[in-house]
Design a binder for this molecule. Structure first.
Ligand code: F6P
Length: 524
């Protein structure tokens, strides 16, 4: 049975980590004059510079050997071919089929899923065209002006982040809102000043059973029916649903023709390419949504065919494994120097931590090595005024992914210079540190690694490529760690306890919970 940590290669990487412990990253550049060219790679609209890592050519070779000895090559083909690699749920993992613009057949249990995917795309196309053109009218004859997506986790984070990233492309007459938290202030604040006659609700929920989404959907339906004295049949012009659970959506009162289906072989955190991406198509248009899919498809094709040494997701994954398993990193910072990407860290948190936050391998054995990191971050340059102090002079080892767009708004060159030079200066400062002879309170040791990912420009295609890059990075790490990146049993326990507690079905609590529950119950 494959396990990464029992191999000779793993031991060699541990030896190399010890051997290079006192190396200074900056010295690698004088020892290897073409280091930047050797350790940077351009794929599609993405350019990765990974030369500011504490990685020698020998370490890189061993990391590549680690990938080669793992089942990665087979697993990539198995995933793309629709094999049931999500073994604990006995499901395929086919977010790649959703963006398979080559339209080559993808079989699940002998049936090609592409016709269903193309039908769902047609449904998205006709609906988004009707809303965007103003042909779709609310019950009082007014076109839709407000779109509210009600969903949480993968039914919120993906479409929310992409709509924000592509705000430049948003339809000028449409406004978008995303309601996710069960805290009623979230939905009430959103609904407060909206005209129900011009409002469309998208209830996005793969299971159509998530407590938060169900509550927010019921509250919204109540608000709609009460605030415009309309009848139940008006729901059909103002409520649509995106789900795999057609029956539950129908029982909520959604008209059959307004249910956008997707399938159980699409993981929630990988679902923005499916009808869960409906808000994206409404915002940027169906053509823009197709460009997003195209960008991801290009990365899929690269991922499936490029040799691992020139494979962007594989390289990004291996650098992470070096930091996590051989340099002791517990967290991974993602710092986009672009305000349009300010929701990217939150999206990547679910993508990475819900996928690889696992401690048993695919055979159910406890692992004796580190797996998924704590992913966190916020935009630069803001982070410089919040947590960079710890990163420069703290006691913790935190690898960083810097992300920025090269082509920016030409109206504000001075802002662009300030933004991008801040990012480059910080990456340099993290690596080089301050004057070694000035070892006082101001001293910055440096020797802190980072990747710099430059995106040509913030287009739907490049956003699709960026997301697919990180999806496959997470997948590669999961395969090498021999864990299942596509289930999420850990979230079920809390959901179950919360439901039992809210229904009063569970009374045997620990003393702390019992006392706190009594305080809460006295108030609510
Ligand atoms: O966090 C658990 C989870 O199941 C996620 O995987 C999912 O994206 C989210 O809850 C919402 O689930 P649903 O789309 O079924 O409402």
């Amino acid at each position: 049975m494959y396990s990464p940590a029992t191999s000779e290669i793993w031991s060699e990487l541990q030896r190399l980590a010890k051997q290079t412990e006192s190396d200074q990253i900056i010295d690698y550049f004088s020892r290897q004059p073409d280091r930047f060219n050797k350790m940077s790679l351009k794929v599609s609209g993405l350019f990765l510079d990974y030369s500011k890592n504490k990685i020698t050519a020998q370490v890189l070779d061993e990391l590549q050997a680690l990938a080669a000895q793992s089942p990665l090559a087979d697993k990539i083909q198995q995933m793309l071919a629709g094999q049931k690699i999500n073994t604990s749920e006995n499901r395929p993992v086919l977010h790649t089929a959703l963006r398979n613009r080559s339209n080559t057949p993808v079989l699940v249990d002998g049936v090609d899923v592409m016709p269903g995917i193309n039908a769902a795309l047609k449904h998205i196309q006709s609906f988004s065209n009707a809303i965007r053109s103003g042909h779709w009218l609310g019950y009082s004859g007014k076109p839709i002006r407000n779109v509210i997506n009600i969903g949480i986790g993968g039914s919120d984070l993906g479409p929310n982040m992409v709509c924000r990233a592509l705000l430049e492309y948003q339809h000028p007459k449409l406004k978008f809102y995303f309601v996710s938290n069960v805290d009623s202030s979230h939905v009430q604040k959103t609904l407060k000043n909206l005209n129900p006659e011009e409002t469309l609700f998208i209830i996005s929920s793969k299971t159509f059973s998530t407590q938060e989404t169900q509550l927010n959907a019921q509250t919204s339906k109540k608000w709609f029916l009460e605030s415009c004295q309309s009848m139940e049949q008006d729901i059909s012009q103002h409520f649509v649903a995106v789900s795999t659970n057609i029956e539950a959506a129908r029982n909520f009162g959604i008209a059959e023709e307004n249910i956008f289906e997707f399938w159980d072989w699409v993981g929630g955190r990988y679902s923005l390419w499916s009808s869960i991406g409906l808000p994206i198509a409404l915002s940027v248009g169906f053509e823009g949504f197709l460009e997003l899919l195209e960008g991801a498809h290009e990365i899929d094709q690269h991922f499936a065919t490029a040799p691992f040494a020139e494979n962007l997701p594989v390289i990004l994954a291996l650098i992470g494994i070096w930091h996590i398993n051989f340099q002791g990193a517990d967290t991974q910072a993602v710092i986009p120097y672009d305000q349009a990407l300010h929701q990217l860290p939150a999206f990547l948190q679910q993508l990475d931590m819900e996928s690889n936050g696992k401690s048993v391998d695919v055979a159910g054995r406890s692992v004796d090595y580190a797996t998924g990191p704590v992913v966190w971050g916020q935009t630069g340059s803001n982070g410089q005024h919040a947590f960079f102090q710890l990163l420069h002079q703290g006691t913790r080892f935190v690898p960083i992914d810097f992300i920025a767009c090269l082509n920016r708004d030409t109206q504000t060159p001075e802002h662009n210079v300030a933004l991008l030079t801040n990012m480059l200066a910080q990456a340099e400062a993290f690596m080089v540190g301050s004057d070694k002879n000035q070892q006082d309170y101001s001293y910055c040791p440096g020797n802190k690694p980072s990747n710099t990912l430059l995106i040509d420009d913030l287009t739907p295609k490049n956003i699709g490529a960026l997301i697919a890059l990180y999806e496959h990075k997470v997948f590669v790490q999961g395969v090498i760690w021999n864990i299942n990146s596509f289930d999420q049993w850990g979230v079920q326990l809390g959901k179950k306890l919360a439901l039992e507690m809210s229904l009063g079905n569970k009374t045997d609590h620990d003393p702390s919970t019992a006392a706190l529950l009594a305080m809460v119950r006295a108030k609510i």
